[in-house]
Ligand binder design. Structure first.
Ligand SMILES: Nc1nc2c(ncn2[C@@H]2O[C@H](COP(=O)(O)OP(=O)(O)O)[C@@H](O)[C@H]2O)c(=O)[nH]1
Ligand SMILES: [Mg+2]
Length: 367
């Protein structure tokens, strides 16, 4: 009996071992299959690099990609955006209070000085939670109505103020509610400077699109080189409304010239001969308003045409960027965009996507 049972045990063991072998073989086949799938996904992935100076709209474009392709913001994202928006408003108002003073603009109503002192005393290092922010709401509403603050706001090109303060102040009744939750439009206006590199993959009709967002300010640009490998396309954003503004980094270089200079280094870089580069002349909404009042010839004396005609100004800007290209054998793809406008970006992106997929398919077939 014992002999039989030991034989059985041996058979069982062999059986077990070979089962394990089989399962190990299966696992390794699974791994191979997985690797192949990953390699295919990697090859299929469309990598889009967003480049441009600080505040040109790169991160806003990426937010639009999430909104348009249904990648919702999680609850903690909403909480973070809320804090960013609170900060944008209080810090923006502080800048205006300071500017009114330095520019020597008289108060519309001196009764607002008390509110101004209160808002100005906000310590930027403190966290703005709901409770703290609500204390500033009424004072800021009064300040935004003051003609002295508004006169300083009208001279904002002379100092550094974010583009979204007006939108937030005009929506202060809603944002100042206890139960406030940021809307998509609020999120698109929220400004937080990007540090380092952020990647986000979004599946669009089954194709993985990886968007790579980088910081645009001078100190951040040495990091751009890390992202140059394996790029399918570069979207270069330039803020068209900044022709009368100077850089935050040195407070003297014209922002438009800086943007052109960066474009020149990217477009003529040998690493990108096979990369489609698409220029977005962004912030068309702000440019449309600006050309009504500001004469571009005061900043670019070579401008010819009607300075208050939007089309003339758009053509001039496009030529300014186009003239920086050394290789003119290919046309320059470009779009005039408003990154905070979802419909506009949806339309523009469809076009961009088709161009990129067409080019990508061609290069995949050549591999
Ligand atoms: N009005 C307006 N504001 C814009 C537009 N694009 C971006 N912004 C705002 O400009 C600021 C800077 O945008 P952001 O995407 O952070 O720039 P980035 O530094 O290039 O990532 C944010 O407050 C945006 O809401 C636009 O087309 N129109
Ligand atoms: Mg950014």
């Amino acid at each position: 009996m014992g002999g039989v049972s030991s034989k059985m045990a041996t058979t069982l063991m062999t059986c077990c071992l070979s089962d394990r072998d089989k399962s190990e073989r299966l696992t390794s086949r699974d791994i191979d299959r997985r690797l192949l799938k990953d390699r295919m996904t990697f090859r299929r992935t469309v990598r889009i690099l967003l480049l441009g100076a600080g505040e040109s709209g790169k991160s806003t474009f990426l937010k639009q990609m999430r909104i348009i392709h249904g990648v919702d913001f999680a609850n903690e994202d909403l909480q973070e955006f809320k804090t960013v928006i609170y900060n944008n408003i209080v810090k923006g108002m502080r800048v205006l209070i300071d500017a009114r003073d330095k520019l020597g603009i008289p108060w519309g109503d001196e009764a607002n000085i008390k509110d101004a002192n209160f808002v100005f005393s906000f310590d930027g290092n403190n966290k703005l939670d709901d409770h703290t922010f609500l204390q500033y709401v009424e004072p800021m509403k009064c300040l935004w109505k003051d003609s002295g603050i508004r006169a300083a706001f009208d001279r904002r090109r002379e100092f550094q103020l974010g583009d979204s303060l007006q939108f937030f102040c005009e929506n202060m009744d809603r944002i100042g509610q206890q139960s406030y939750i940021p809307t998509k439009e609020d999120i698109l206006h929220a400004r937080k400077a990007t540090k380092g590199i952020t990647e986000k993959t979004i599946y669009i009709r089954g194709v993985p699109f990886m968007f790579i967002d980088v910081g645009g300010q001078r100190s951040q640009r040495q990091k751009w080189f890390q992202c140059f490998e394996g790029i399918t396309s570069i979207l270069f954003l330039a803020s068209s409304s900044e022709f009368d503004q100077v850089l935050m980094e040195d407070r003297k270089t014209n922002r438009m010239l800086e943007s052109c200079f960066i474009f020149e280094t990217i477009i003529n870089n040998k690493s990108f001969v096979n990369v489609s580069i698409i220029l977005f002349l962004n912030k068309m909404d702000l440019l449309t308003e600006k050309v009504k009042k500001v004469n571009i010839r005061d900043y670019f004396e070579e401008f010819q045409g009607d300075p208050h005609n939007l089309e003339d100004v758009k053509i001039f800007m496009l030529k300014m960027f186009d003239s920086r290209r050394r290789d003119k054998s290919k046309p320059l793809f470009h779009h005039f965009t408003t990154a905070i406008d979802t419909d506009n970006i949806e339309r523009v992106f469809k076009d961009v996507r088709d161009t990129i997929l067409h080019d990508n398919l061609k290069s995949l077939m050549l591999q």
